[in-house]
Design a protein around this ligand. Structure first.
Ligand SMILES: Cc1cc2nc3c(=O)[nH]c(=O)nc-3n(C[C@H](O)[C@H](O)[C@H](O)COP(=O)(O)OP(=O)(O)OC[C@H]3O[C@@H](n4cnc5c(N)ncnc54)[C@H](O)[C@@H]3O)c2cc1C
Length: 384
């Protein structure tokens, strides 16, 4: 199928910036670039019919980290790195709510909690030390009042079993990931950004005229090759970035989720973390959304295959039965997975890789929180 002159001069016209990936990071980058310079011609290419990675397939937590996760991050990457990430997540969430509006993204101040079970309890004294240390270190980020406090008396009210402690974080909440992505997509389109879906970029090369991208698109007669030209290329393909940039320190990490049918008198509300953030659950109205357990099968879950597995699905159901709703029958209505971009550390990679080619990838498990700020940082970098 040939491309018409009209198509060449509109949908497929040379751009100032082409962004690969229409997940949260790609969309926020486009938003910031357009806000800084409304005349910039931006095209976003995504291989999915909708964003198909993590942004519409996550748990919708508006969070910045539980006590055990932040302490583990500190021990692994150092205090400064851990605090820098918390700061980015906290400010990123503030920015998201302010720009898009809480209602438009289904945001709720539901509070965050961390469950400490019998078998991984480091003891009240140790937890208290960690809480005190974190409250002091996080004060310059969140404001003066303490972030974390024990809320163990709610364990009974929430109906959890095999649980020793509950820690509350009043600065966390949850949102609707579909509404968030759709709202942002509509905002960038309203600013004049062209978004082309079902367009898979296979490789790119640099030349005197800028960057040439090779892609394929579906036509009524089958797949067809097509090329795009741009002055600057920004790669926001997160977990899939190594397809185009094999040198990057990124590994895919699949996250699986289940959702129950409505539970009679569901006793808890909020966003809950467990086991250094490897498990997460929240209320979805009167249903439960539960995800994680990747640490039960690390190797199996190091994949870009967007499927579900028996090992993890079984583990999640067992968690529901033994800890969350021990006395209640439940039915699972929805199961899915999404792919996160991880690496040897959690800090995102925001770089100019070569003249005119940039990337903003490796959002780890909290890209909802990070993306607004990452978008701003990369937009600043691209504008010199
Ligand atoms: C199960 C799960 C639960 C999570 N829960 C939370 C949470 O509660 N809170 C939180 O803050 N974060 C959470 N996250 C993490 C968060 O969703 C991600 O960090 C964030 O969405 C990453 O956004 P992104 O735009 O970088 O990547 P993605 O959303 O993955 O977008 C990348 C895009 O690139 C496209 N693409 C890839 N290759 C190509 C190519 N060659 N050509 C064209 N397009 C391409 C894909 O189709 C995709 O749309 C979770 C993630 C998962 C998987």
């Amino acid at each position: 199928m040939q491309i018409s002159v009209w198509e060449k001069e509109s949908f497929f016209a040379p751009a100032d910036v082409i962004i690969l990936g229409s997940g949260l990071v790609g969309l926020w980058c486009a938003w910031h670039l357009k806000k800084a310079n409304p005349r910039t011609r931006i095209t976003i290419l995504d291989r999915g019919i909708i964003p198909t990675g993590a942004s519409t397939r996550n748990a919708g937590f508006a969070c910045f980290g539980s006590v055990t996760e932040l302490i583990a991050d500190r021990d692994k990457s150092g205090e400064d790195r851990m605090l820098q990430l918390v700061d980015m997540r906290f400010r990123g969430l503030q920015r998201t709510r302010k720009i898009l509006g809480e209602k438009a993204i289904g945001f709720q101040w539901s509070k965050g909690y961390e469950l400490i079970a019998h078998h991984n309890d480091p003891g009240q004294t140790c937890l208290q030390e960690h809480i005190d240390w974190l409250n002091e270190k996080l004060a310059p980020i969140v404001g003066s009042s303490p972030t974390y406090k024990f809320a163990s008396k709610k364990i009974k009210q929430f109906g959890f079993s095999n649980t020793n402690h509950l820690i509350e974080n009043k600065f966390e909440g949850h949102l609707h990931s579909g509404m968030l992505c759709q709202q942002l997509l509509q905002r960038v389109q309203a600013l004049g950004v062209t978004v082309l879906n079902a367009t898979t970029v296979t490789h790119f090369e640099k030349g005197p005229e800028g960057v040439k991208l090779h892609a394929n698109i579906p036509t009524p007669y089958g797949q067809q090759d097509i090329s795009f030209h741009t002055q600057q290329l920004l790669i926001c393909t997160n977990a899939f970035a190594r397809d185009l940039l094999p040198q990057l320190d990124i590994v895919p990490a699949r996250g699986q989720i289940i959702v129950t049918a409505p539970i009679n008198n569901l006793r808890f509300k909020g966003s809950f973390h467990y086991d250094e953030g490897f498990y997460y659950f929240r209320d979805l109205g009167d249903r439960i959304l539960l995800g994680g357990a990747r640490n039960k099968a690390f190797e199996e879950e190091t994949t870009t295959d967007m499927d579900i597995s028996n090992t993890i699905q079984h583990e999640l159901e067992s968690f529901l039965k033994t800890i969350l709703i021990p006395d209640q029958p439940f039915t699972i209505t929805d199961r899915w997975s999404g792919i996160m971009g991880m690496g040897s550390e959690k800090m995102p990679i925001i770089e100019e890789l070569s003249s005119g080619v940039f990337c903003a990838v490796r959002m780890s498990g909290m890209g909802v929180a990070l993306s607004a700020l990452v978008g701003e940082e990369v937009a600043n970098k691209m504008q010199g």
